[in-house]
Design a protein around this ligand. Sequence first.
Ligand SMILES: *Cc1c(COP(=O)(O)O)cnc(C)c1O
Length: 446
Amino acid sequence: MTTLTNLPQERRLVTAIPGPKSLEALQRRSDATSGGLGMSIPVIIERASDAILLDIDGNQIIDLGSGIGVTTVGNAASRVVENVIEQVQKFTHTCFTVAPYMGYIEVCEKLNAMTPGTFKKKSLLVNSGAEAVENAVKIARHFTKRPAVVVFEHSYHGRTNLTMALTAKNMPYKEGFGPFAPEIYRVPMPYPFRWMGNPATITEDALEMVIHKIEKEIGAHNVAAILIEPIQGEGGFIVPPKGFLPGLSKFATENGIVFIADEVQTGFTRTGHMFAVEEEGVVPDIVVTAKGIAGGLPLAAVTGRAEIMDSSHVAGLGGTYGGNPIACAAALGAFETMEAENLVARARHIGEILGGSLRALAAKYPVIGEVRGRGAMQAIELVIPGSKEPNSDAMNKVIKYCQSKGVLLLNAGTYGNVIRFLPPVVISDELLKDALGVLEEAFAAL
Ligand SMILES: *Cc1c(COP(=O)(O)O)cnc(C)c1O
């Protein structure tokens, strides 16, 4: 099948960013859309394919953000597009809980097989990461008959009422949007770059602090779930020290607590594993997924031990659009792409190029305090040289410089000083290296 979406995978600027057409359209954007919405790059997109975004002025921009880690298999990936076209011509909606269809069942079968753990698993499909996190918490509470949920400093789990409570950072996610849901308890996160204690014993010390808080301040028998991102996304790609996730998971198991991995940003080949928890052989009771699941169509999932996923009464779970047939067809196309193109290996390869380049930059520019991440999910934390003081001014300048040259980068971090790299995993070496060349220029220009 021929599609209109194939764009040459090269950066090309024909106007300033934003160009005149984008500028005009952005005026309509601000007139028509809620002022509460942010914007990473001030252009209007007309088409996109793989790692190139084409704006309405004809500029081709290298996408190192993937719409926040969503278009892992590439923008408008051919298998996704073909499946969507085929499905949309058959039917667009029945509601799975009204009249079921095979796409939903097949996506769940795949998720049950792909996620870690050899035990019997079942899945639930919903529309967004936040909705999936909410459902994981609902299910864990129903299963354990316990109220408390343990979450971490620097965590991000969404923008709905419950997930705002689960999210750590006040500004911009929570400020003025309360009151928040009760029975959420926040515990320390070992953030290696900013750890105040002895770096040699960070894992043991952090586990001791977390377990102490759970046992003394909450009571382990009151805890339904421990919810954690295996690598924290919006918090700034904070990678927990080796042994921390296995230690937490062991404590959860020993205390009848449901261990939930929020793999919304880390999942689906992104980190050089199908799921990030595989790095240390951690097997969660529930895995929450979204973002990379369906090549850009809105879909999210909760996958877990069958006895947990089955604990709800019939009709206790669901939603009108959850597991929409077009989104499911897209997901099946995305899974096929991940497997056929061995994107797990591809993410590791990207990690070598990206990590190598970023470490070389860090050696040259002391404004880069740390390079961290895994596979196609890496970040640099910017500081005032010679200190660990957050440098959001440098971050903004570097991102802006790259944008002006046609490279889209995203920010992150509790302190607003992290640049994250989330390229589509199908990005070519040449395109990635071109983008990294622009990044180097940006640091030279600082
Ligand atoms: C993006 C994100 C969410 C929320 O997903 P939405 O689809 O935006 O609701 C939850 N958890 C993590 C780790 C995320 O990165």
